[in-house]
Design a protein around this ligand. Structure first.
Ligand code: SF4
Length: 370
């Protein structure tokens, strides 16, 4: 990846706040800007839900306008190009009910026993976004209003034969990125606090954890922060908190008694990657200078042919390296494939990260490298 590749903002109107290569100071950090969508819609069904009304109260308090639809349909976005549709979608929040099909939870190895969803979509602008290949259609953020039903349904999936059943809440969204609008994450953490046999896991690139610090989580939640080298964060993760702000958020969560986790992803071997990742690990060690239950998840960058096409439509000037010739094809059980780093590169990354993490964090558990 070229070091001098200039990032191009999404558009003048909708440009994410990260738009420069200027070296950020290590001091206080730059918090993510709270997302204020330009368009907010409630479906008729969502408007009937108690949590839908709670969301409406939050929107009122923030001075955001919204429209309640007469049916359970959303208006068409109507962009004339993929980029225009993308920009409109990223400025749109829809409050809808999670469909009945989502009540049949599916496993999500190696992260957790089950995945469930508080929302689908995310306001940030990561140029490698995991959602590009897994969610279809324009990237509107849909937050679920039938949260009470979603949480009650989770109880059906707690395995009485296991000491702990784990639930992942961030497969299709960054729940902290929309927390100021929905309150869904706080409510979910509090619910898991009443479930001694269940464990909640979620992950974020945002940093406003203030609403979470006084919740009765009872140690049933692991809050994970997605971290990457400054090089990656500044160029490829528009709209998110900078590295220092995320580290400080993680520190606050650990001090509030949460289990915490560092999700180092997506790992990329850019020029001199060892230097930047050493800096990241060192700063994480400084931020967590107290006893805390800590895990690591190590995830290398990968893409599918489909996600590559979508991401290049969304971010045509990306600095991300999508060169398939430098990758290996990895088949999945459904017959499709993704592109991962080549065997030797993977071996080098795995060896380096495992060794460096273990040397600095002997108390932590590395859950997986992939
Ligand atoms: Fe996608 Fe996660 Fe970035 Fe949101 S924070 S844009 S879900 S990669």
């Amino acid at each position: 990846l070229p070091k001098d590749h200039a990032e191009v903002p999404i558009s003048q109107a909708d440009a994410p706040p990260v738009d420069t290569f200027a070296v950020q100071p290590r001091g206080k950090g730059r918090s993510a800007k709270l997302w204020k969508p330009k368009h907010v819609y409630f479906t008729a069904g969502a408007w009937e839900e108690a949590h839908g009304r709670r969301i409406a109260e939050r929107l009122d308090a923030l001075g955001l306008n919204y429209e309640v639809m007469k049916a359970n349909r959303l208006p068409k976005l109507g962009g004339s190009t993929t980029r225009e549709t993308y920009q409109k979608a990223k400025n749109t929040l829809a409050i809808v009910n999670a469909p009945p099909s989502t009540m049949k939870l599916t496993p999500i190895p190696p992260s957790a026993d089950w995945q469930f969803h508080l929302a689908k979509g995310c306001p940030a602008h990561c140029q490698y976004c995991y959602l590009a290949g897994s969610l279809s259609g324009a990237p509107v953020t849909r937050a679920y209003a039938n949260l009470d039903q979603i949480l009650e349904n989770n109880a059906n999936f707690i395995d009485p034969n296991k000491q702990l059943t784990s639930f992942e809440a961030s497969c299709y969204t960054d729940p902290l990125g929309i927390e100021h609008l929905t309150g869904s994450l706080s409510r979910t953490i509090s619910w898991f606090g009443t479930q001694p046999d269940a464990r909640l896991r979620w992950v974020t690139k945002y940093d406003d954890v203030s609403a979470l610090l006084d919740l009765h989580h009872n140690g049933q939640t692991r809050c994970r922060i997605s971290l990457n080298a400054d090089w990656v964060t500044r160029r490829l993760e528009g709209g998110t908190a900078d590295l220092e702000a995320r580290l400080q958020a993680m520190r606050k969560l650990g001090q509030a008694g949460y289990h915490v986790g560092a999700v180092l992803a997506p790992l990329m071997p850019f020029d001199n990657w060892q230097d930047d990742y050493t800096d990241l690990l060192q700063r994480l060690r400084e931020a967590l200078d107290f006893e805390v239950d800590l895990t690591f998840e190590l995830i290398t960058h990968r893409f599918t042919p489909g996600s590559k096409q979508i991401l290049l439509d969304w971010y045509p000037n990306t600095a991300l390296d999508f060169d398939e010739d430098k990758r290996s094809k990895k088949l999945n059980k459904f017959g499709s494939h993704k592109f991962v780093y080549q065997k030797e590169q993977m071996k080098e990354l795995k060896g380096w990260f495992t060794e460096e993490v273990e040397a600095r964090f002997p108390e932590a558990e590395v859950l997986y490298f992939t």
